[in-house]
Design a protein around this ligand. Structure first.
Ligand code: A3P
Length: 304
């Protein structure tokens, strides 16, 4: 099935999610050629849920023996997190490329916005790791609305592209990588039955208790922090390196563009929890919350 978005571009449905043609083509290419290898780590998220932060954190955590977080030549100080951890379907598998992932030196980090059911089946029986980060739908929606405005570099879009339209799209479900709630549920379910494969994280918890969440991440990835590391402030140093304030002020993130043409700076804005209150009406919030609650009913997952 296909649908048109508000700009007249066609979206296609594949395994329950909506994609623009280039992304769908890359997903089909990925599904044909990707096979799980033991040391793969896949960072999964719905767009605008904290992907950039997760990429930076996981990169810093798994490479901490090679690159100490206070190293002046740390790769995160000179490169955008999206260049260090590349997307399977937006980057590596586009244009029918066969990226030869297995030839990369371990640990091999990749990212995706695909729902769990679209990830390759070979991951299920592998010792690979998938980390999923989710965020409240209302903050995701507002973040995406700002992102699209910056993306097309038309500040006037704030008035041309009313947030109501974005709310309508989310309610209808036909938008790139949507529906949000179906994707969240796909990873939640898998994390409940296969906790060795999928770690389910929440942006709000990362904001609230960052040290605990980074330690949880390291435990899951099989590289727990030692007592000595904890006492030397390693966790705090990693958090500082990966903070929104630090990353967004780096030259590498203020300038340049990501391989798919998006400006690096578009991935950093305000961060935190609850910015939706500045943009959505209570009625919009209620509709979105009800829709998510309905989908998640009985799953054990709740958004406060
Ligand atoms: P806001 O638009 O609400 O500010 P993604 O990385 O999935 O595209 O998500 C982008 C959102 O994460 C943006 O949210 C952005 O500001 C926020 N973000 C980016 N880097 C971050 C960091 N290091 N720490 C916390 N939030 C971050």
């Amino acid at each position: 099935p296909s649908e048109k978005d508000s700009m007249g571009k066609t979206l296609y449905n594949y395994q329950g999610s909506w994609y623009y043609p280039n992304t769908l083509q890359a997903i089909l290419n990925y599904r044909k050629h990707f096979r799980a290898r033991d040391t793969y780590i896949i960072l999964a998220s719905f767009p605008k849920s904290g992907t950039t932060w997760l990429k930076a954190l996981v990169f810093a955590v798994v490479h901490r023996n090679k690159y100490a977080p206070n190293l002046v030549s740390h790769p995160l100080l000179s490169d955008n997190p999206h260049n260090l951890v590349r997307f399977l379907e937006i980057d590596l598998y586009v244009k029918n490329q066969h990226p030869g992932l297995e030839e990369l030196p371990p640990p091999r980090l990749f990212a995706t916005h695909m729902p769990f059911q679209t990830l390759h089946e070979s991951l299920r029986d592998s010792p690979c790791k998938v980390v999923y980060v989710c965020r409240d739908i209302k903050d995701v929606l507002v973040s995406r609305w700002h992102f699209i405005s910056r993306l097309v570099k038309k500040e006037e879009l704030y008035s041309n592209y009313p947030v109501e339209e974005m709310v309508e799209k989310f309610i209808k479900g036909a938008y790139s990588f949507g529906p949000f709630q179906d994707q969240v549920l796909s990873y939640w379910k898998e994390s409940s039955v296969n906790a060795n494969l999928v770690l389910f994280m929440r942006y709000e918890e990362m904001i609230e208790k960052p040290e605990a969440q980074v330690m949880r991440l390291a435990d899951f990835l099989g590289c727990s922090f030692t007592e000595e590391e904890k006492q030397s402030g390693m966790v705090e140093k990693i958090l500082e390196l990966c903070s929104l304030g630090n990353l967004s002020n780096l030259e590498a993130n203020k300038t340049g563009t990501f391989t798919c043409g998006i400006a690096h700076h578009a991935f950093f804005r305000k961060g935190g929890v609850g910015d939706w209150k500045n943009h959505l009406t209570n009625e919009m919030a209620r509709k979105l919350d009800e829709m998510v609650e309905k989908k998640l009913e009985g799953s054990g997952l709740k958004f406060e």
